[in-house]
Design a protein around this ligand. Sequence first.
Ligand SMILES: Nc1nc2c(ncn2[C@@H]2O[C@H](COP(=O)(O)OP(=O)(O)OP(=O)(O)O)[C@@H](O)[C@H]2O)c(=O)[nH]1
Ligand SMILES: [Mg+2]
Length: 324
Amino acid sequence: MIKEKEVSNPNEWAERVAGGDRRALARVISFLENDDDRGVAVLKELYARTGRAHVIGITGPPGAGKSSLADKIIRELRSQGKTVGVVAVDPTSPFSGGAILGDRVRMQGWTGDAGVYIRSMGTRGSLGGLARATYGTIQLLDAAGFDCVLVETVGVGQSEVDIVRVADTVVVVAVPGLGDDIQVSKAGITEIGDVFAVNKADLPGSERVATELELMLDLGSHPIWRPPVVLTVAATGQGVSELVQAVQQHYQTLQEEGKLAERRLAREKEALLLRLVERVRREILSSWAERELTELWAALSARRLDPYTLEEKLYNAWKGARDE
Ligand SMILES: Nc1nc2c(ncn2[C@@H]2O[C@H](COP(=O)(O)OP(=O)(O)OP(=O)(O)O)[C@@H](O)[C@H]2O)c(=O)[nH]1
Ligand SMILES: [Mg+2]
């Protein structure tokens, strides 16, 4: 273990992370997970060194084979000589720090490979907190020099979708046998995917899922990139090199069309604004005593007070306190 006393400032942590020190990397990720201020302090030091990694998001329904697919994608990228950092996010799991069993089992062959780093993260606090820690971790892996950063997340709700949105390339994994087109037509799914993998193509029905996806995609407009649909069998690795090729073509297209920086700036702005809003919200709420707030909510509920007046009251009190 690193003795904390030996590392006294963010700059030292940053140097260690950028230099590829894995134990430092693991510690700083824990800072982020625990909302320890040192995490953000290190991110500030490292931001100028980020933006080099290709961030690849993998999302899809539970059990679709995302981790198995990630394992085979790592293999393909390694064969190209690329280094890979992985963040496996499980919003339903309270565990973190590599304790998610499925991911460990499915991606376990890499412990001896210095070119691969895998970290699992779960929610201990809020989903917003998880999203923040995940995003910070991606930046750390980027600054640590990994060529590619894979982010796996279960795509069941909006927050999970938000997590994967930070990727340069989003792979949506669909599977046969989940009944009709629930997975395909689920709002937003066709919108966020840059590449679609129909996994478990060894099972019946995969061709149909692929056809439905193609039809759905045909309805959309795709000015620079029409998302391809690739059949895969993560269990054997079949189709994975085609998948990786599609993912890399997408990245190349973004670069050639000058859209990569635009996409990254958009996500950075969105994340920053969300943090700001959250901060102001916290400040406003914490400036009131619990009892006072309870009374205000009760007045709102009983319709003795309208929400617009209350909004002004809360805002003005906060602003007044700031202007003093
Ligand atoms: N038949 C078949 N089974 C597969 C394939 N890929 C994965 N599986 C199996 O599907 C199950 C789930 O695989 P995972 O890789 O853990 O799926 P996941 O999407 O990461 O699961 P969660 O992270 O729990 O949502 C495992 O039993 C895999 O062996 C495939 O291509 N074909
Ligand atoms: Mg998984």
